[in-house]
Design a protein around this ligand. Structure first.
Ligand code: SAM
Length: 237
């Protein structure tokens, strides 16, 4: 019988967000893979998970995958965690999932913490349909991506690092206009959590005058629908 690869979400700041099942799966796993074993060690210890974790990050995921596939074929349970949130969401994981599926082996992602869902819901912007853009490319392809997003009508959700936030908001004003509604959520689930909502210009000025520390998710309202052409002209009425 072959094993299973479990993708296990871990808290993005508040340890109370760990699920019972995440703890059980990590305790039962034969192998735990962690993006950064030093970052995950205190969290694993907190939940009484004694097993040693092995590192699995973007620089070794290609070589490591054949060994992981072998473990799974031997019937082992392998659990993958990232530093925070859901693995494979702007974190290592996708490559491994694809390799494991290529070998017809089982994959299961547990539901759990991730930053973009609370940020989107807190934003107050439409969340019936949305697009998750993760981190924009830093250099090559950035302007092309931004240009493409100007016609996006769904709410857009993006991750950004603190040192690029102001520059990115400035660029967004250039592409989407200073009046476009948006929100920035900072330090979700942590002590200094805040969500700033309003026009892009207002949000930028808020963060120009406040400390730019922590982790950030940006949500931007989609472009307004182009006015529908009148179905009938007046003569048809
Ligand atoms: N896998 C994670 C997830 O499921 O959300 C995302 C990992 S990505 C490397 C890290 C980025 O996620 C941060 O730069 C930030 O944009 C966002 N993020 C993670 N934790 C956050 C938090 N507590 N508050 C706000 N944003 C957060």
């Amino acid at each position: 019988m072959s094993g299973k690869l479990f993708l296990v979400p871990t808290p993005i700041g508040n340890l109370e967000d760990m699920t019972f099942r995440a703890v059980r799966i990590l305790k039962e796993a034969d192998v735990i893979l962690a993006e950064d074993t030093r970052t995950s060690a205190p969290m694993l210890k907190h939940f009484g998970i004694e097993r040693k974790a092995y590192s699995h990050h973007q620089h070794n995921e290609h070589q490591a995958s054949s060994e992981i596939v072998r473990f799974l074929k031997e019937g082992k349970k392998v659990a993958l965690i990232s530093d925070a949130g859901t693995p494979a969401i702007s974190d290592p994981g996708f490559f491994l999932v694809r390799e494991v599926l290529k070998h017809d082996l089982a994959v299961e992602c547990l539901p759990g913490p991730t930053a973009f869902v609370p940020a989107l819901v807190n934003s107050g912007l439409p969340c019936d349909t949305f697009v998750f853009e993760g981190f924009l490319p830093v250099k090559k392809g950035r302007q092309t991506r931004l240009k493409k997003l100007t016609s996006e009508q769904r709410t857009m959700v993006l991750y950004e690092s603190p040192h690029r936030l102001l520059k990115t908001l400035e660029e967004f004003i250039g592409y989407f206009g200073e009046d476009r509604q948006a929100s920035v959520s900072r330090e979700l689930t942590k002590r200094f959590e805040e969500t700033v909502r309003g026009r892009l210009a207002e949000i930028k000025s808020h963060f120009e005058n406040n400390i730019l520390k922590g982790e950030f998710v940006i949500c931007i309202a989609g472009a307004p629908e182009p006015e529908k052409k009148a179905k009938y002209n007046r003569n048809d009425e």
